[in-house]
Design a protein. Structure first.
Lengths: 86, 419
């Protein structure tokens, strides 16, 4: 997956996790929590969805990388580079 | 003139009244519609399909889930929580309480449940099957969804209630048990407002259908509306239903002080146990429970105007309850006996609370809704006063006695008085 495709995948996951939110205006450089009502259970949902959908494992010590869209895509890019978007 | 009962000797601060009713039933999403459906003999049973088990029948609710919850709330929570949130909000609205200024630390939430957690556990097992049972794909939402207090806790979260909240696990006696618990907590001054009743999400677990089926106790009929047929010779089991009914309960002194409309007063109650079998009821114990409730209320059997039966449409259960009722009401000339499950099926933890709600309007209109689908009355269920198939008008209703019994031999009886 390219960084753009990874971003698209995260948007899709966020759409499930935060169905009441408008994701069109999401600013990639700003923290998710500044823009969306997400709590720790929601972030675990992101981790869980990546595991279920792509078998990507994110260890707990790396959760900090999921702060914003920009840091999330940067962190995931090496892990998802070889995955072919369905 | 309403016959006096024991509550007349109590101070208003120990008398418990119903000041709000919120509900969702397979044939109505508010009290008035539910009542109208019962008077017009409108069933809420329909064809239903659930994974693994397949095609069956169920009482399904179609309340507007978005009225009090966001999409995210619905995704995170449980169906039982959602049913409870809807019923609790409707109850508060109906009560006329100035909710914005209510001290939420003095509100208690007491919700009867038959079971909780089966739906969510089945869902997770179904999902991880797709990952070859890899438990790392088991949701972190599973525990908060399946803890036994979940339906009451979701209501507390939704309403911002910081007083006590918990569920009362009482099998199919739970609706009455929730109401009783709420009344007791008001009398103990643990809260000033009790949101009390029962909820059920049971139609979303295949296990309950499969288990009743294996017990030869699941109803089958080509016409869904005729499947739930207590007291009829051709009854063949239970129609599983979902639903919820939550009462706003207050002390009479508080209700009077705010000029609240009062829909009934708790005159008496009792809970006892058969201690004889896992599933088979015991009419002797059921009769004892009814008599205990009457004694506590300071009433004689002939002073009861309506008996709302528990009967579920199983061959033995209906006969046993009729045996119990004959022991208590056999000589009563004016009592009317009806059944609400014939319309909506068995709403499990909500059943007792819903069935009582279906009868409460009789205090005002004097009309008694029937038990439907009695095409061939089983002679063993031929109770004097049975209101079969057609509504009956009376000269007035002062006392309603509501039966609700459950597995493991739990019996509950509530007596409500007209105010």
């Amino acid at each position: 997956m390219s960084p753009a495709e990874i971003r698209e995948e995260i948007i899709d996951i966020l759409g499930d996790i935060a169905p009441d939110e408008n994701l069109d205006d999401l600013v990639d450089e700003k923290n998710f929590r500044e823009q969306l009502e997400l709590d720790s259970m929601d972030f675990l949902d992101i981790v869980m969805e990546l595991r279920k959908r792509h078998r990507v494992q994110i260890p707990e010590e790396d959760y900090g990388n999921l702060a914003s869209m920009h840091t999330t895509v940067t962190y995931l890019e090496p892990k998802m580079r070889e995955i072919v978007k369905a | 003139m309403i016959a006096l009962s024991r509550v007349d000797t109590l101070p208003d601060s120990q008398r418990i009244v119903i000041t709000g009713i919120g509900l969702t039933s397979p044939n109505g999403n508010d009290w008035a519609t539910f009542r109208q459906s019962l008077l017009e003999k409108r069933s809420g049973v329909r064809p239903y399909n659930i994974r693994y088990f397949g095609d069956t029948l169920a009482g399904v609710c179609d309340f507007d889930t978005s009225r009090y919850q966001t999409k995210k709330d619905l995704r995170r929570g449980t169906r039982a929580g959602s049913v409870g949130i809807y019923a609790a909000n409707e109850s508060i609205k109906h009560s006329g309480l100035d909710w914005a200024n209510v001290d939420r630390s003095r509100v208690g939430i007491y919700i009867g449940v038959t079971e909780h957690g089966n739906v969510e556990t089945e869902n997770e097992i179904f999902l991880i099957k797709g990952f070859d049972y890899d438990t790392s794909c088991w949701s972190h939402h599973h525990n908060p969804r399946t803890v036994a207090n979940n339906p009451a806790g979701e209501i507390a979260l939704n309403l911002g209630v910081t007083g006590p909240h918990y569920t009362i696990g009482a099998a199919c006696a739970a609706g009455n048990a929730g109401l009783i618990q709420g009344a007791q907590m008001l009398r103990l001054d643990e809260c000033d407002i009790a949101l009390a009743g029962g909820t059920s999400e049971s139609i979303h677990t295949f296990g309950i259908f499969a288990s009743f089926n294996s017990q030869n106790a699941l109803a089958k009929h080509s016409d869904p509306a005729q499947a739930s047929r207590p007291f009829d010779r051709d009854r063949n089991g239970i129609v599983v239903a979902e639903g919820g009914c939550i009462y706003t309960l207050e002390r009479l002194s508080d209700a009077k002080a705010r000029g609240a409309e009062i829909y009934g007063e708790l005159a008496g109650y009792a809970i006892n146990t058969d201690a004889t079998d896992f599933v088979l009821p015991n009419p002797e114990r059921q009769a004892q429970c009814v008599n205990l409730a009457l004694k506590r209320a300071g009433l004689e059997a002939e002073q009861i105007d309506i008996v709302s039966t528990h009967a579920t449409g199983t061959s033995s259960g209906d006969t046993q309850e009729c045996d119990a009722l004959r022991r208590v009401f056999g000589n009563c000339k004016t009592v009317r006996i009806n059944n609400t499950k014939s319309f909506i099926g068995h709403a499990m933890g909500a059943a007792g609370a819903l069935e009582l709600a279906g009868n409460l309007p009789s205090f005002r209109d004097g009309i008694v809704h029937p038990t439907i689908n009695v095409d061939n009355l089983d002679p063993s269920c031929d109770l004097p006063g049975l209101v079969a198939n057609e509504v009956q008008e009376t000269s007035g209703v002062d006392y309603i006695l509501n039966n609700s019994f459950g597995m493991l031999g739990i019996n509950s009886v509530v007596i409500i008085r007209r105010v």
